[in-house]
Design a protein around this ligand. Structure first.
Ligand code: ZN
Length: 191
C-alpha cells in the first residue's frame, strides 16, 4: 500500500468531471490496489473522505470513513464506505449549514449549505449495488465527496464568505458555536 499525493486547490484535476469506472476495470487488481491506497491516504491525512481525483486519478470512486476523527471531532462515526460511480438524489429541499474543510483546500474552512436527507446509489468495491439513505452531517460528508467527482469544491458552495476561516481561527472563534450547532443537527436528523 502507498500514501498518495493529494492535489490542492488550483490544480486542474480537481475541476474535471471524473469518468465512470467499468465493472471489469473495478475488479482489476490495479483498481483494487488503488482503492486500498486511497483509503490509506485518507487515514494518513485524517480526512473524513477522499475522492480519486484528489489523488490525480480522474475516476468516479470516493471513500468515506469517520472514526473519532481529530479534524472533525463532532462528526458522528461512519463505517469505511467505498463508493464506485455514486449518484446522489436529494429527498428533501431542506438544507442545513455545514462547516466544512477539505484535504485539497489546505487550512481553510467555510459554511456550505447541504441537503439534510439524500438517497445514495453506487457500487461497492466488488461491484455490488448499494442503495441507501443518509441524513444530517453524514449526508453533508457524502455530498462533499460526490461534489469532488463532478469537479466541485466546498468553496464553490460557500454562500457567506465571511464564514471562511483558517483552521486556527476556526478553533479560536467558531468551533464552540459550531459544535453546539452540530449537536443540534445530529439530534434532529440522527447523524
Ligand atoms: Zn474535499
Amino acid at each position: 500500500m502507498a500514501i498518495l499525493k493529494i492535489a490542492t486547490l488550483g490544480h486542474p484535476v480537481l475541476r474535471k468531471v471524473a469518468r465512470p469506472v467499468t465493472l471489469e476495470e473495478l475488479r482489476s487488481s490495479e483498481t483494487q490496489r488503488f482503492i486500498d491506497d486511497l483509503v490509506e491516504t485518507m487515514f494518513d491525512a485524517n480526512g473524513a473522505g477522499i475522492a480519486a481525483n484528489q489523488v490525480y486519478e480522474p475516476i468516479r470512486i470516493c471513500v468515506i470513513c469517520v472514526k473519532d476523527n481529530p479534524r472533525y471531532p463532532y462528526k458522528p462515526n461512519v463505517p469505511l464506505t467505498i463508493l464506485v460511480n455514486p449518484e446522489l438524489e436529494p429527498l428533501t429541499d431542506e438544507t442545513f449549514d455545514n462547516y466544512e474543510g477539505c484535504l485539497s483546500v489546505p487550512n481553510l474552512r467555510g459554511v456550505a449549505p447541504r441537503f439534510a436527507h439524500v438517497r445514495l446509489r453506487a457500487r461497492d468495491r466488488e461491484g455490488k449495488p448499494l442503495d441507501y439513505e443518509v441524513k444530517g452531517l453524514t449526508a453533508g460528508t457524502f455530498q462533499h465527496e460526490l461534489d469532488h467527482l463532478d469537479g466541485k469544491l466546498f468553496v464553490d458552495r460557500v454562500k457567506d464568505t465571511t464564514t471562511l476561516s483558517t483552521w486556527q481561527d476556526f478553533e479560536r472563534y467558531h468551533m464552540t458555536a459550531w459544535v453546539e450547532r452540530a449537536k443540534a443537527i445530529v439530534a434532529e436528523y440522527g447523524s
